[in-house]
Design a protein around this ligand. Structure first.
Ligand code: NAD
Ligand code: UGA
Length: 319
């Protein structure tokens, strides 16, 4: 059987975490439906290295239907990343995808865990989007959630589902609220991925809103390390922020990108999109206290690492 199961294992963060577990010597099962939100080609690329490992098994399957209970034994841990991400795309007809992949898939997963009958540790990839609009300052987990996008609402609904199942079945469930994650494999709809792509051709960099919005950008390896620590530390239970704890205005990050790439791309401004908060800012003291979370990578170093990955991705022969 498996030491760990990773849902959403072909995605940006899930594929990075699966490799980390394999490097630790674990037997890992990855599950992903190759949801068409972005090209399967990128997801297959994310998976390639893990698939070379004989301790890795991968199933292409939708969590809503997958009989996960058959893959669980007493000590298996679950890292639940599968979901429909993206704040700005969650309005309109796409909302059904958010309900299916964030709420129904999480409920199906929880039912399967209950059916298996083990006290499975399940760690969920929640989101800073549950905070929504808040005063400018660090947000602790006790702040009343105030999602302002349909996406944020579905992530909060999934947290509440986890809480209901944890209470009813005495399950050790953990929800980690990630703050805008970046680094190698970042999704192509996310800001830095788009900015590097535009910078590489000299195309205009599109800024949504004033560019003064604060984001607590967090490097993917710091998230993966935090998620892993939360999964293996028994006293980690409930909700935790995983952020860098050092937010920057969007335009500061753009300045780093312009320097790193040497681009002459002009800036083009657009209206602030609905559902985009002014500020995200993690108070991470609870995660530090309970499982020693300590993010290490600063924004300039993290952007350099993302750029070196993205240059490889942009090379014509590697597409
Ligand atoms: P991603 O889209 O790269 O990865 C998610 C993966 O889940 C995709 O490969 C998709 O095919 C798969 N998936 C979706 N629905 C599924 C289903 N029903 N069954 C099986 N697989 C399914 O996204 P990501 O950026 O790696 O985010 C991973 C998780 O972390 C998401 O739940 C997201 O909401 C959350 N999160 C991400 C960020 C961020 O900044 N990237 C921040 C906060 C929270
Ligand atoms: C990100 C993820 O996409 C969500 O899935 C996740 O849940 C969320 O982080 C989170 O922290 O919980 P977002 O903060 O919108 O959401 O991340 P980016 O796409 O990197 O956008 C950052 C900022 O850049 C936003 O203010 C956005 O409006 C802006 N942006 C984005 C631009 O100015 N131009 C673009 O082309 C894209």
């Amino acid at each position: 059987m498996y030491d760990s199961i990773v849902t959403g294992a072909a995605g940006f963060i899930g594929s990075t975490l699966a490799e980390r577990l394999l490097a630790d010597g674990e037997r890992v099962l990855g599950i992903d439906s190759f949801d068409p939100y972005y090209p399967a080609q990128l997801k297959r690329r994310n998976l390639a290295r893990a698939l070379e490992n004989s301790r890795y098994a991968f199933r292409e399957a939708d969590l809503v239907a997958f009989r996960l209970d058959r893959c669980l034994d007493r000590n298996t841990r679950i890292y639940h990343f599968a979901g429909q991400p993206g704040v700005r795309g969650s309005w309109g007809p796409q909302f059904g995808q958010y309900v299916t992949n964030n709420i129904l898939a999480t409920q199906a997963l929880l039912e399967r865990v209950v059916r298996a009958g083990h006290p499975t540790r399940l760690v969920y990839a929640s989101s800073s989007s549950v905070y929504g609009q808040q005063p400018r300052g660090a947000m602790g987990e006790e702040v009343l959630p105030n999602p302002i996008s349909p996406y944020g609402m579905t992530k909060l609904a999934a947290e509440h589902l986890m809480r209901s199942y944890a209470g009813a079945h005495e399950l050790p469930l953990v929800a980690l609220r990630f703050f805008t994650v970046y680094g190698p494999r970042q999704r192509p709809d996310m800001a830095f991925h788009r900015f590097f792509r535009w910078a590489s051709t000299g195309a205009p960099i599109e800024i949504l809103g004033t560019g003064r919005q604060l984001r607590d950008f967090t490097y993917v390896d710091d998230i993966v390390e935090g998620m892993h620590r939360a999964a293996v530390t028994d006293r980690a239970v409930g909700i935790y922020n995983l952020g860098r704890g050092a937010p920057v205005p969007l335009m500061t990050a753009v300045g780093h990108i312009r320097r790193i790439t040497g681009t002459k791309s002009p800036i083009q401004r657009f209206d602030r999109p609905k559902g985009d908060p002014d500020v995200t800012w993690a108070d991470t003291r609870r995660a530090t206290k309970d499982f020693g979370y300590a993010p290490r990578v600063d924004i300039e170093e993290g952007l350099r690492r993302q750029w070196s990955w993205q240059q490889e991705l942009l090379r014509p022969r590697s597409r």
